[in-house]
Design a protein around this ligand. Sequence first.
Ligand code: TXA
Ligand code: MG
Length: 311
Amino acid sequence: MQTERLNPDEDGIGRAARLLTAGEVVAVPTETVYGLAGNARNAEAVARIYAAKGRPSFNPLIVHVADREAAGRIGVFGDEARQLAALWPGALTLVVPLREAAGIASLVTAGLETVALRVPAHPVARALLRRFGGPLAAPSANVSGRISPTTAAHVLDPDGGLDGRIAAVLDGGACPVGLESTIVGWREGRATLLRPGGVPVDAIEAVIGPLAQPGELAAPDAPGQLSSHYAPNAPLRLNADAPREGETFIAFGPGPLTLSPRADTTEAAARLFDVLRQADRLGRPIAVARVPDEGLGLAINDRLRRAAAPR
Ligand code: TXA
Ligand code: MG
């Protein structure tokens, strides 16, 4: 794929919005770092983000929106979250309960019931969000394991960048903050610093008082408390050739319940969390067919192994 270089003007932003509508992924400047954006409501577009980054596992992604109203349609804001949202637009991400009806692809949240939301301040990101007219999922626009890019040249770096792996980059110059957003979530009802970043902790504590650090909580390792990953209730058997008596079988290829009817790892990634939930709802042990380690298969298998690990 030839990666288009787009100027941050009407034409460039219009082109980026059309590519996003078509399900492509585009690198976009924000005030923190460049993000690799895709339509947060299109599971295959989100799968393309992971594929381009070569991420070995599915971490939940930040959903970028144009304003607080749009954020409120996707997440549920308690008192403290509402107070912190007054710091938007800016380098602050809030992890709040997800509204199912918002239609965010489950791959964005990695199957969690919470969603990370941010209203970016960068004028190019804001113009694109308005033009596109919906939420954009975007992790930092680097290949997995590399440092976050703060210029379009970093995004396209011939040594380990995304040139040729993404549809386009919108060149908005250097990112003014240059460091990822601060992430705040709620653990056991307490506002908790999940990642330090572009907005200083002081500025947050000035609004809602002291933040908990994840380590300070009463039972940091209690199952389901800090476990940031979705896992089914039912036991999971991997690399199954066929179901055993009483098992629900998840196929890779044709089948009544399948990760991908066409045995494609990008399609399987897009469907993974929904299919796991569907199987889990049937209340029987689950067997999953072997998924090849190619493309997004590595990330799928990583997530399946975690889901199958004894708890
Ligand atoms: O400044 C930034 O935050 C940049 C720009 C592009 O917005 N984005 C960024 O995304 O740094 P990424 O994917 O590299 O980091 C997102 C972080 C991950 O550590 C992820 O685990 C966490 O956000 N996260 C996302 N959703 C979450 C959730 N529901 N619960 C807990 N953590 C979440
Ligand atoms: Mg990153």
